[in-house]
Every structure is written in structure tokens, then in C-alpha cells.
Design a binder for this molecule. Structure first.
Ligand code: SF4
Ligand code: SF4
Length: 441
């Protein structure tokens, strides 16, 4: 068992006995210079409130992004803020957060934050509020105050490799079905392949056609690729619950698979947070550089189109709007690629208001879709997306994140709307010129 796994298991034990003192200590540990600087920099302008979909739909001042940081700020000010010792001696320091307060703040730090970074984008002081929420979650998770659903999902991920318990036999079955569907062999555990594809559990269970779509795209573009039979899960519940140790323990499995198969690149699939976890946080979480390149599938599709390696036939005539996954676009930096890929398969793409880096989250990111008690608030947040869809006159949504896709489908259904939600990879595969040998077996 690696050190990460051992420490990750310790985090899970915390839920049995929530401990406010431990949370405060962890908040203080998190409040290093970079965090302290940001906590002191707020000028209370309120702009972050107007950027947050949860505040906009509820107008509840508790949903103001910077307000969600209150326990972190209190613990920091009490222990380490300017003149903290004097303030404590005079009885002027804020009290350390107690258990009742932390239980209350669990809903604010988890249910009402997608870690989407829209507040970060607008803060005139450059405060990364989403990043600070993530740091506050470290204290909450380590001390037993994270939502029970996220602890359970974390335990399943550590036990089975997947937050919803998807093991290799389930993926192997989906691969076999996609082989029958496409007539193509899907490579598994091929040593020395250029690319290793990992998948999110939501794709495996909810949208397995993406596997067949990848097989068709890579065959036409002559891409050397493989899927690992172990370490295939892309999602990382550790970054959502807010535990570096759980995140690192899960990342280790992907890195081990890539090293075992000696691949040059790992393709992060249609899953927003999986991309940021592996590409942007991976080396810091593991404490070493990754021995492979990380490429998000939308990036690769864009590259294959630009290199003329995909032969596309026809375009979708519907008014298609792209829903930008926050972790790919705003937080991940893929601001141009989805639009270029959309243009290759859509003749009638429409833009929703605040498209691109300013897009609103689907409402389910940052682990919110896994928190049962947050469902009502998540559906309420969809109201903004609904208005955007209506303003654009979109006839279908396209996205590049299976979690967004699932969350949008649920919210659309809850509103009684009929609006298809498509995956970008599958859409590209749909408009590929058929290959001669693609006859069904
Ligand atoms: S936008 Fe920035 S400075 Fe303004 S209230 Fe929010 S955190 Fe403070
Ligand atoms: S990260 Fe997104 S959901 Fe969280 S407080 Fe900021 S705007 Fe709101």
C-alpha cells in the first residue's frame, strides 16, 4: 500500500468522528502565505456574488462566494492573521469554528460550490475563490465534515478504482458491445501504444457509445491507442471531496497503468475535472513530473482535424450550442478547441450568452452531482442555463464532459423540456466518412 493510499484511508476514518479542532488545525495548515495573502486581499466589492449561479438563482447572501470561506478565514485570523497573538490575548480574535458551524458550512462549501471558477474570473483582487474553497474542503474532509455521499464515493473509488464501483468486467463488456457495434477491434493493454485512453465511469455506464466513436475516429486517423484493463478510471473524487491524499492515491493508478504500458500520452476523456486533476494538478499531487503527455480528447480531435487526418462527410443542420465544461474551458484553458471542432460537424452552431470562459457551470461540477441533498439547489441553478439555451434558440446542446451531459439531461428532464444533449466525440464520429471495413460483424 502506498503512502497516499494509507493517508487516504485515514481521511475516510474521519467521518466516523467529526472533529472541529482538527478542522481548524487543517485550515491553519492550509493558510500558508499564498492563501493568507488572498484572504487579506478582499475589498468586499461583491462582484463574486454576481458571478455565482447559486447566488444569482437564490439571492441568498450565504451563497456569496467569498462568504463560503468564512471558517477558513476565521481559523486563519485566529491563529496566524495580523496581530493574532495580541488579538487572542485581548479576547478580540474570532472564535475557532465549532462543529455546529462546520456542519452548516458543509452545505456552503460543497452543495453550493462547483469549484467552477467563475467567481475567480471576476474578482478584481485576483483572489482564486474556487481554489480557496478547494483548500477549505481539505480541512472539512480531513476532519469528518464533508458530505457522507462524497466519503462513500471516495471509499468505493479506493476499493474498486471507481466512485460508482465500475470494475474491469463492466468495461470489458461495454468494449465487446462496441466492437460488435462498430466491427472494429478495440485495443486493450497494448504495450508501447502512442496513446492510452482512460474513461470516466459515467461514460462507461451512461454513454458507452463514446468507446465505439473513439475506435472509429482513431482508425481513420491511424492513431495508435489502447485502453488499460487496470487504471482506466479517469474521474477523481479526491479533488472533489478536497483530499490531496485521496486524489494522489487515485492518480497513482492511472500513472502506474501508463508506465506499465509505456505509452507516450494519456488521453483525458470527456470529463472536466479528470483533466485538471491529471494535467494541471497531477505532478504537484504526486510530487514528481509525469512520464507522459496529457492531452484532452477535444484537443486531440482538434489536432486531427487540423492535420487533415479525419475525413468528414456532411454537417449537422440543427442549431447546436456548446456547453463549455468549466474544468476544460475556464479552468483548463481549452478555450478555442471545442469551437473549432464544433465548426467541422455543425453548419448551424449558435452561441449562448456568456459562452466560453465565462460560461455558467451545469450545476453538477465539483462533486455536487454526487451529493443527494444538493439536488434541489442544482436543479434551481439550471434556470440560468435554460434561459441561455432559450436566448440562443438552441435545438440541442453539445458538450465534452460526461458529468455535464448527465447533469444537463437530468435537469432538462426535471424541467419537462425536450432538448437532446450530445457528446462532442460521438458527434464527430457520426460525421466521419465510413471506412470500407466497418461492416457490422
Ligand atoms: S470579488 Fe474578490 S474582492 Fe470582491 S468581494 Fe469577492 S472575493 Fe472580495
Ligand atoms: S466556484 Fe463557481 S459555484 Fe463556487 S462560489 Fe465560485 S462561482 Fe460559485
Amino acid at each position: 500500500m502506498s503512502d497516499f493510499v494509507a493517508r487516504a484511508r485515514d481521511v475516510l476514518k474521519a467521518r466516523a468522528a467529526p472533529d472541529a479542532r482538527k478542522a481548524a488545525a487543517e485550515f491553519v495548515a492550509q493558510a500558508q502565505r499564498d492563501v493568507a495573502f488572498q484572504l487579506e486581499a478582499c475589498v468586499h466589492c461583491g462582484l463574486c456574488a454576481e458571478a455565482c449561479h447559486f447566488y444569482l438563482v437564490t439571492r441568498d447572501p450565504r451563497h456569496t462566494p467569498v462568504h463560503k470561506l468564512r471558517p477558513l478565514r476565521k481559523a486563519y485570523r485566529r491563529a496566524r492573521g495580523p496581530f493574532a497573538a495580541l488579538a487572542r490575548a485581548l479576547g478580540l480574535a474570532p472564535p475557532a469554528p465549532d462543529a455546529a458551524e462546520l456542519e452548516q458550512w458543509s452545505e456552503l462549501l460543497y452543495d453550493s460550490c462547483n469549484l467552477c471558477g467563475r467567481c475567480t474570473l471576476v474578482c478584481p483582487m485576483g483572489i482564486d475563490i474556487a481554489g480557496l474553497v478547494r483548500r477549505a474542503r481539505e480541512g472539512m474532509a480531513a476532519a469528518g465534515f464533508a458530505p457522507a455521499d462524497l466519503y462513500k464515493a471516495s471509499e468505493r473509488a479506493l476499493d474498486t478504482g471507481s466512485p460508482i464501483g465500475v470494475r474491469w468486467p463492466a468495461l470489458r463488456r461495454q468494449i465487446e458491445l462496441q466492437e460488435q457495434e462498430t466491427g472494429l477491434r478495440i485495443p486493450v493493454d497494448v504495450e508501447g501504444a502512442d496513446y492510452m485512453v482512460i474513461l470516466s465511469a459515467i461514460e462507461v455506464i451512461g454513454f458507452p457509445a463514446v468507446i465505439g466513436a473513439l475506435a472509429r475516429i482513431f482508425r481513420q486517423a491511424v492513431v495508435s491507442w489502447t485502453i488499460p484493463s487496470a487504471g482506466f478510471e479517469a474521474t477523481n473524487i479526491g479533488v472533489q471531496i478536497g483530499s490531496r491524499d485521496i486524489a494522489a492515491a487515485l492518480l497513482e493508478r492511472v500513472v502506474d497503468a501508463a508506465e506499465r504500458l509505456k505509452v507516450k500520452s494519456v488521453i483525458s476523456p470527456e470529463c472536466g475535472h479528470a483533466y485538471t486533476a491529471l494535467r494541471w494538478e497531477g505532478p504537484n499531487l504526486l510530487g514528481r513530473s509525469l512520464p507522459f503527455k496529457v492531452v484532452q480528447i477535444t484537443e486531440l480531435l482538434d489536432q486531427l482535424v487540423r492535420e487533415g487526418r479525419l475525413r468528414l462527410r456532411g454537417k449537422d443542420a440543427r442549431r447546436l450550442a456548446f456547453h463549455d465544461p468549466c474544468q476544460l474551458v475556464r479552468r483548463g484553458g481549452l478555450t478555442e478547441e471545442p469551437g473549432r471542432v464544433m465548426d467541422t460537424v455543425s453548419e448551424n452552431a449558435v452561441r449562448m450568452p456568456a459562452q466560453g470562459a465565462a460560461n455558467f457551470c451545469c450545476g453538477g461540477g465539483g462533486g455536487v452531482s454526487a451529493i443527494h441533498r444538493a439536488e434541489k439547489l442544482r436543479f434551481a441553478a439550471f434556470e440560468l442555463k435554460k434561459r441561455q439555451v432559450e436566448q440562443a434558440g438552441a435545438e440541442a446542446l453539445v458538450t465534452a464532459c460526461a458529468n455535464c451531459r448527465n447533469v444537463l439531461e437530468e435537469a432538462i428532464d426535471e424541467r419537462g423540456m425536450t432538448l437532446p444533449v450530445l457528446g462532442l466525440t460521438e458527434l464527430v464520429a457520426q460525421y466521419l466518412e465510413p471506412e470500407p471495413a466497418e461492416a457490422k460483424p
